[in-house]
Design a protein around this ligand. Structure first.
Ligand SMILES: [Zn+2]
Length: 785
């Protein structure tokens, strides 16, 4: 059996060595070729085109019946048609599947390095602990859940090793579009990887889904469940009980093995359901992450107690930190060891409680079905005819990809989600407005995400029990068919269609929300509309004031301080087929921008970061610095000469300050007691129905407000307020908002005149994580003139 060392040339976790994904895969292929205790399975391709492989590890007899055990997992997970007695019998008989992975935050390198040794030992070790695992369980080992990132980070480190930049930050996102947000795409499934992980997980229905991370609260060595409050109320309580039990079991196991410093319940709540390693709880897979300590890459570091936070320098014992870490060397091999033993603790627990855990998974599904037979919402109805019907179809498709059952009703003409189904808790979690409890600590992520609001989709909760006649009229669907919405500016899909028509050299005109098309082959047009779920309006006289639309030549600012917000923006522009060019600092500083671009977008990046970028000396020279005054002056010339600058969220403050706009941030200088809102859905009202920049938007739109500015225009302001937080009431729709009066009557979106051009300031994230479809038009409209 090939050891990792014999293949890689070093022990995984050795100082200054990182295996990239190609190395990991090559190793696992050798291992699989030498043993019948491991089976490699391809789950698809990554965003950058790598082959995405996982391993199933167990006794050969169990692997031979893998499909059988998968089938049992699925039957128990859905609970339908399985009696109490059958469930008990299946729980006794089955070999449950346990998901262990090598993480997706690729700069947290022990995640993907430790799985190599783990894979080898699970296959080759003859110790009783390993034998028991192979006899009783099937380990679904994802040696990395971000293969691209593993290679990007390992290759970057190798390039810099031994230079002054050995531990310098990566100047790119470690997942093509989303970087660190790759674990926040759990329900939206925008990324290929998230879709593949979800698809494979719905096939195996693992009992446990365990993901490794490396951001332990210092000086803790590993952070474990129980997590901090608040916790979603839509999870089955048994999931939370098992989470706590697992966390404590790991801590006990680590102490038992001389590994001190386990910590619980600080910093990380799991209020946001979108974590890839949390969402499974709504499908009754016990899903969690742990956070082991990290220095940087494979470079070791020595810590003294003096570096500890003052409260922990005394090395005092605490209830949930009962074996304090005392400092000293911290190496990649230490992080790998903690992760490895934590995995072993979880597998050991699953061996011991196998039968009970399997039964509880069934029990949670059965309880959920019964619960929503007795209490509302009994179903959700989504009308097929609405403001932006193609986006409503996208919402239904997202649910189905998440394992949710959907139906079609003919009267009313609607999609229906009956709630007496096993994963109904997830639907409620995504559809209801979030009411965040009193603020005890800073929320770790956003506080509100209600998808119907974010996507601008009309959804009705049915609050009385479904009649048998209604239920009988529902036709289950596995895909959305037959939708053809009006081709107007209400639908986001229309923008993709417009871009395709323009790319085919067709002529497009706008008259208010109406779209006219000419100069394109009829068949070609029909194909474009059909594929976008649209139908052409009956042909009529072109309005007299109809103006042909020109597509803006778009530039998207891309800093070397890798910006997740830039990545999401880039992804959405690609999805909607807006042609654009990425602009790095040097491209902007090189000037002549107006000759090449009509619109330039700066995503949500702070002013200082835009101006200064990476500090020189901290990263190889070509990635150091920001736009500086030189680049900023080029942007001023660009707008002066008639260009459009669009700034998202905090980048708006850069524009206000650097262009000396007569606009101020109404929230500047407020304390968190006076105003606090980090990640909530707020209602904005569009000011002028005729303004082309807000065409297609509904009068009220939900926007994701995440610590951004609100605008107050000064007396010498020239331009237009595009959208405003209304004066009369709190704008909060979902999440948490302290100090709503500070926002009321302030502007949320502004078009400021500047020279011959304009600057569009958006005090929110109009493209948040590829979820806020309702707000996309706030920037899409700026791309035509
Ligand atoms: Zn992480």
């Amino acid at each position: 059996m090939p050891t990792p060392e014999s293949v890689l040339g070093y022990k995984p976790g050795a100082d200054f060595h990182l295996a990239n994904y190609e190395d990991s895969l090559a190793y696992f292929r050798k291992l699989a070729a030498a043993s019948d205790r491991i089976k490699l399975v391809n789950v698809g391709k990554t965003t950058q085109g790598r082959e995405f492989w996982i391993a199933f590890i167990s006794d050969p007899a169990n692997l031979a019946r893998l499909d059988h055990y998968k089938e049992i997992s699925r039957r128990l997970a859905l609970a339908r048609g399985v009696s109490e007695e059958q469930a008990r019998a299946l729980a006794r008989e089955t070999k449950p599947i346990i998901h262990i992975d090598g993480g997706l935050h690729a700069s947290e390198v022990a995640n993907h390095q430790h799985t190599i040794q783990l894979g080898y030992d699970l296959v080759a070790n003859e110790g009783p602990e390993y034998q028991a695992i192979r006899q009783n369980l099937i380990v679904e080992l994802w040696f990395s859940i971000n293969p691209d990132g593993q290679s990007i980070v390992a290759n970057w480190y190798r390039d810099n090793l031994g230079t002054p930049y050995e531990v310098s930050p990566l100047p790119a996102l470690y997942q093509e579009y989303v970087g660190h947000d790759n674990n926040r795409d759990g329900y939206m499934l925008n990324m290929l990887e998230t879709r593949e992980i979800t698809k494979a997980t719905l096939e195996t229905e693992p009992l446990v889904f365990y993901t490794q991370h490396q951001t332990a609260p210092f000086p803790g060595r590993i952070y474990l469940p129980p997590f901090a409050d608040p916790i979603s109320g839509n999870m089955h309580p048994l999931m939370l009980r098992w989470l706590s039990l697992i966390g404590m079991t790991i801590a006990q196991y680590l102490d038992d093995h001389g590994l001190t410093g386990s910590m619980h319940q600080e910093t990380f709540d799991v209020w946001y359901p979108g974590y890839v390693d949390n969402i499974g709880n709504f499908r009754h897979t016990i899903s969690f992450f742990t956070e082991t300590a990290l220095y940087r890459y494979a470079t070791p570091h020595f810590y003294t107690v003096d570096e500890f936070p003052a409260a922990r320098r005394g090395l005092g014992t605490e209830m949930l930190y009962s074996s304090p870490w005392k400092g000293g060397w911290w190496r990649l091999s230490d992080a790998c060891r903690y992760m490895y033993e934590a995995d072993m603790a979880v597998l050991g627990l699953a061996v011991r409680y196998r039968e009970q855990m399997v039964y509880n998974k069934y029990r949670a599904a059965r309880d959920t079905i019964e619960k929503f037979r007795k209490e509302p919402p009994f179903a959700y109805e989504i009308p097929r005819q609405q403001h932006d019907a193609p986006t409503a179809a996208v919402l239904i498709e997202k649910l189905m990809l998440n394992g949710i059952e959907a139906s079609q009703s003919s009267s009313p003409d609607a999609w229906v989600i009956p709630m007496d189904q096993p994963f109904a808790g997830l639907v409620k979690e995504l559809f209801e407005p979030q009411v965040y409890p009193e603020l005890a600590q800073r929320p770790y992520d956003v506080t509100g995400w209600t998808l119907p609001y974010q996507m601008g989709v009309e959804v009705h909760a049915i609050t009385s029990p479904l009649t048998s006649q209604y239920r009988g009229s529902l036709v289950p669907i596995s895909q959305v068919a037959g939708l053809a919405a009006p081709f107007d500016r209400g639908s986001n899909a229309s923008y993709r269609a417009i871009n395709e028509i323009l790319a085919a050299k067709g002529r497009v005109t706008f008259t208010g929300d109406e779209i006219g098309v000419s100069g394109i082959d009829k068949k070609k047009l029909a194909a474009i509309l059909e594929e976008n779920r649209l139908r052409a309006a009956p042909p009529k006289e072109e309005a007299k004031d109809a103006k042909p639309v020109q597509a803006a030549r778009i530039g998207l600012y891309r800093p070397w301080v890798a910006s997740i917000d830039e990545g999401w923006t880039r992804w959405i522009l690609e999805q909607f087929e807006f042609p654009f060019t990425s602009l790095y600092n040097a491209d902007i500083r090189a000037g002549h921008l107006r000759e090449r671009f009509d619109a330039i977008v700066i995503p949500d990046i702070g002013e200082r970061q835009i101006l200064e970028g990476h500090r020189p000396g901290t990263i190889p020279e070509r990635y150091a610095g920001g736009l500086g005054e030189e680049g900023t002056e080029e942007l001023r010339s660009f707008v002066n000469d008639g260009g459009t600058l669009v700034t998202f969220n905090d980048a708006s403050l850069y524009a206000i300050n650097q262009f000396k706009l007569p606009v101020e941030n109404a929230l500047a200088g407020l304390t968190p007691e006076q105003f606090y809102c980090s990640g909530s859905l707020l209602r904005v009202h569009t000011e002028d129905a005729k303004n082309p920049l807000t065409a297609g938007l509904t009068a009220d739109t939900a926007v994701m407000f995440e610590g951004g500015p609100a605008f107050k225009t000064k007396t010498d302001f020239k331009g237009k307020v595009l959208a405003r937080y209304v004066k009369e009431r709190s704008p909060l729709m979902s999440g948490y908002l302290a100090g709503p009066d500070r926002l009321q009557d302030q502007a949320a979106a502004v078009e400021a005149d500047y020279g011959k051009g304009r600057i569009i300031l958006l005090g929110f994230k109009p493209q948040w994580r590829g979820q806020s479809h309702a707000a996309y038009k706030f920037f899409f409209n700026a791309f035509y003139f």
